[in-house]
Design a binder for this molecule. Sequence first.
Ligand code: PLP
Length: 429
Amino acid sequence: MASKVFKLIAEEAHRQKYGLEMIPSENYVSSDVLKALGSILTNKYSEGFPGRRYYGGNEVIDKIENYAIDLAKKLFGVPVALVQPYSGSPANLIITMAVCQPGDTVMGLSLISGGHLTHGANLSFSSIFYKAVQYNVGKDWKIDFEELESLAKKHKPKLIWVGTTAYPFKLDYKKFRKIADMVGAYLVADCSHITGLIIGGVHESPVPDVDIIMTTSHKTLRGPRGAIILITDRGLKKDPEIKSKLERALIPGTQGGPHNHQTAAIAVSLEEALKPSFKKYAVQIAKNAKVLAEQLGTVSETHLILLSLTDYGYGMGYQAQYALEEAGITVNKNTIPGEPASAFYPSGIRLGTPALTSRGMKEKDMVKIAGWIKRVLEEIRGLDLPKQQEKRKDFLRETKIKLKENKNLKKIRKEVESFAGKFPVHSIQ
Ligand SMILES: Cc1ncc(COP(=O)(O)O)c(C=O)c1O
């Protein structure tokens, strides 16, 4: 009898086909990426690096890993690539361990300003084992370089992160470099969200200005879950030992055997990203995001939109996420800069176009989708988050039930399903 899991996978495949996936860190991988990921390569242990393994039988695995490394170096134009990190968060731990000692100071963009947990947020390893200093965005929602410079001069960080998860503007790596050089810090770009846009030439490449780059492979790069660490020429010059420090932080520092099926699938996605069609895809992601943002009354220079819902009421992030989900549109609640409600009950949503663009949607489709989003958001007016903290959990539970029964949302869902179902999704089933 077939495993129950396959029935559940079919259920999820239906959700992915008939809904609109608008979480900006998500994407649809190709059938070839899925094939490599589901291959027999998962059977093999190969701790170590090509030509330097702890186990025998790695002749073919060495060829696969070397191929992935060569493709990564070619795609980004860097001299060194490591393709074994299990995912983005462990990759950031590996980098931090390689360039810092426990207790050293690291600086990153605060979570509330659109930074990532691993760049120094509370409760993350990056603030538990290191001294974390956080910089912020200003009133214009853009990085406040004056604050960044003065914090860097005061705290003399060993490592400065430049990278974001909820930031709709382009990044100026040269400004970061200048500040890193003032204090002798390593400058590390975490491009996870925007790698596809960099490859497509929509965003500037950080390669000339930073020492190390980390990117997850599963966001705009459109590969399997995983991560790649790259060392630039500048990084090698700053620290000729940096490659072996990163390798040691990877194994034995934090990981064991590499996920060879994942490495192979990364190689497939890198082959795809090297094709001219990928550039077209990346340009379309940004065009779609720009139109979607305009339709929703805001701006985007990237693949994502950070939408403030303060016009709809107080602390509306959860309510919007629930209502949109009922309508078949998947987004996530998110804090907005200067968050007026709370980090746990935020006032905005984050939505993006990478996954929709992979399905072939274009500007005219974004206009339609923005129309549905605006109709959905009208349904949450008046459902403001209670000001009293102790009432919030019950309120949200009841709101979720109420939204499940909302007739207008059910009607929108039907329209969304019939629209989304027309756009193909890849599968190997
Ligand atoms: C900028 C950035 N870095 C790192 C990560 C962590 O990646 P993962 O979820 O694979 O651990 C993310 C994921 O959201 C991210 O956006």
